[in-house]
Design a protein around this ligand. Sequence first.
Ligand code: AMP
Length: 178
Amino acid sequence: MQLEKPPLADLQQAIRNVPDFPRPGIQFKDVTPVLADPRLFAGAVAWLMEPHAVGSIDAVAGIEARGFLFAAAVALQLGAGVVPVRKAGKLPWKTYEASYDLEYGSNTLAVHTDAVAPGARVLLIDDLLATGGTAQAAASLLGRLGARVVEVAFVVELAFLKGRDRLPEYPVRSLLTY
Ligand code: AMP
């Protein structure tokens, strides 16, 4: 299915800024208005998949939870499988886990040990890049599977948090930058 790419400004306008969620001082970028609008959702998917030819990607990995929504749609368009990178304790089979620090405390992500074959070409997607800890942990898990992470793509990047600096080994692309 051929998807139309809307102007990126249309996507940017739809993303809702929610001050002080989930904690005081955080400007939460809410992508649900993009998901709820078929033109904008299809458009975000079209932009996310743009550099990748159909058949060039073996799997699209999405990070829990909003990353799943974009990753699944992109995977269907590219003829690729989907790999969920989940919070620890959610996946039923054998997993690899990677922990990373948050502002307060830490978080652990997990992936099934057989999620992709060694050498698989994987596109990693999340809705938003902030400090980069989440994406770095997810990419390291894919590396542990022997996958080749061909790109890490985001709908939104909070550039002032310099998350890209934590992903020096990978091409990083984001549709919208704040
Ligand atoms: P980080 O590990 O700091 O790059 O955080 C990225 C993860 O946290 C992504 O899965 C985002 O969905 C979520 N996140 C962090 N900051 C925000 C924000 N300001 N607005 C929306 N989501 C955020």
